[in-house]
Design a protein around this ligand. Structure first.
Ligand SMILES: Nc1ncnc2c1ncn2[C@@H]1O[C@H](COP(=O)(O)OP(=O)(O)OP(=O)(O)O)[C@@H](O)[C@H]1O
Ligand SMILES: [Mg+2]
Length: 404
């Protein structure tokens, strides 16, 4: 049996609260046993950190951990990505190809955002879970793999089952061993430890002098809701250290900066923070233009005779006030001209603008694709497609996620 200290040191899981201790205890119990695990918790709570720790402390630690973001792979190719395909299985399937389940043989597969897995694919996943058996797409030969499955979600799977979006049998199979990662607001006693660690790491690697946070500043931070959990806290700490340029961080500084964080119950993430008015304005303009571009694309596809009913729902731009709190819904055409003529943007085309908006948004959200997609009002799938289209990150599909 390993001790918590070692587990914390190697996994990077910070915290001394009971809530964190429970998670650590679960990891120590579950990791060495070869069973599938479901990791649940809100966005930014550390589900991926937990999944990695489970792999690291398992008997498979010397083998690969293959990470698959089920929400990011287009539905049409997800089965071939997971299980591979036979040459000629469909147009473009030029060669036999291994899927993740074959690549992960002897190791662990981390199925992130399992709630996004298409319903028809779920039955195949259940089969692998129960018997290790699967077939490549277009092949009738049964193959076997020895893979441990860790799945994660921030969705309420029980509700998805109720709504017919998630198979009940798979749900029962997965939920047997569930690790619930607590929200930051439920473990505020860990906040100062997290702040210290993030501040030290950040200032050290960026050569910024670090003079600490006054206790009152920490207290002030505990009053915030942290809907984006540890990820939001980390971003906040890093940005305040940059903006206050090596000063000791006071309660006033925290109040000012946190006061700029706007959140709403349906909107899980802060929108504009720590920006000069000009910066904020430019960001909004870019976002607005991006949304316009999506609109144009959609209209174009309609005009091109594509039945709008077959347009993927997620492709349709959404302008609800929950998603874009400070971008009010405005008559599109007029504003478009206004912005273009204002001279703020200069002589760049929409594609460049879109690329820039994507880059900035990703950077702003510390490369959290979910947060960026939400902020941009597009589905994660669409965002991934665009990231690929613009070559913003060359290896999304098969990357081993160590970089979030
Ligand atoms: N207990 C913790 N100790 C140290 N760092 C943590 C902890 N929990 C989360 N983090 C950090 O917070 C960030 C978010 O964590 P992670 O990506 O694991 O969240 P997540 O639950 O998978 O979020 P999402 O649902 O958005 O994918 C990462 O930078 C991670 O290193
Ligand atoms: Mg995650």
């Amino acid at each position: 049996m390993m001790d918590f200290e070692r587990l914390q040191k190697t996994s990077g899981i910070i915290g001394r609260s009971d809530a964190v201790r429970q998670v650590l205890e679960m990891i120590t119990q579950v990791a060495p046993v070869d069973i599938s695990v479901l990791v649940t918790g809100e966005s930014g709570t550390g589900k991926e950190v937990v999944a990695k720790a489970i792999h690291k402390f398992s008997k498979r630690s010397q083998e690969e951990l293959v990470t698959v973001n089920c929400g990011a792979i287009p539905e049409g190719i997800i089965e071939s990505e997971l299980f591979g395909h036979k040459k000629g299985a469909y147009t473009g399937a030029g060669d036999d190809r291994k899927g993740y389940f074959e690549s992960a043989h002897k190791g662990t597969i981390f199925l992130d955002e399992i709630g996004e897995m298409p319903y028809e694919t779920q039955v195949k996943l259940l089969r692998v879970l129960e018997s290790g058996e699967f077939m490549r797409v277009g092949d009738s030969k049964t193959l076997r793999t020895d893979v441990r499955v860790i799945a994660a979600t921030n969705k309420d799977l029980a509700k998805l089952v109720e709504n017919g979006k998630f198979r009940q049998d798979l749900y029962f199979r997965l939920k047997t061993v569930t690790v619930e990662v607590p929200t930051l607001r439920n473990r505020l006693e860990d906040l100062h430890l997290l702040v210290e660690r993030f501040a030290l790491e950040f200032t050290r690697s960026n050569d910024i002098p670090y003079r600490g946070f006054v206790p009152e500043a920490i207290r002030m931070m505990k009053h915030h809701d942290w809907p984006g959990n540890v990820r939001e806290l980390k971003n906040f700490v890093e940005s305040i250290l940059v903006l206050e340029k090596g000063e000791r961080i006071t309660a006033e500084m925290v109040e000012t900066r946190l006061g700029h964080v706007r959140t709403s119950p349906t909107q899980n993430l802060p929108m504009v923070m720590n920006q000069s008015p000009e910066q904020a304005e430019r960001e909004l303009i870019l976002r607005q233009l991006l949304l316009l571009r999506q609109d144009v694309e959609w209209v174009k596809s309609m005009l091109a005779g594509r039945n709008p009913m077959t347009v993927n729902e997620s492709e349709i731009p959404v302008y609800t006030s929950e998603i874009q709190p400070e971008v009010s819904r405005v008559p599109v055409a007029q504003n478009f001209d206004d912005y273009i003529q204002s001279g703020t943007i200069g002589d760049i085309n929409l594609k460049d603008l879109e690329k820039e908006a994507l880059e900035r948004t990703l950077k702003y959200f510390n490369n959290s694709r979910r947060a960026a997609a939400k902020s941009l009002g597009m589905s994660e799938r669409t965002l991934y497609r665009k990231i690929e289209e613009y070559g913003l990150e060359p290896k999304i599909k098969r990357r081993k996620k160590n970089d979030d």
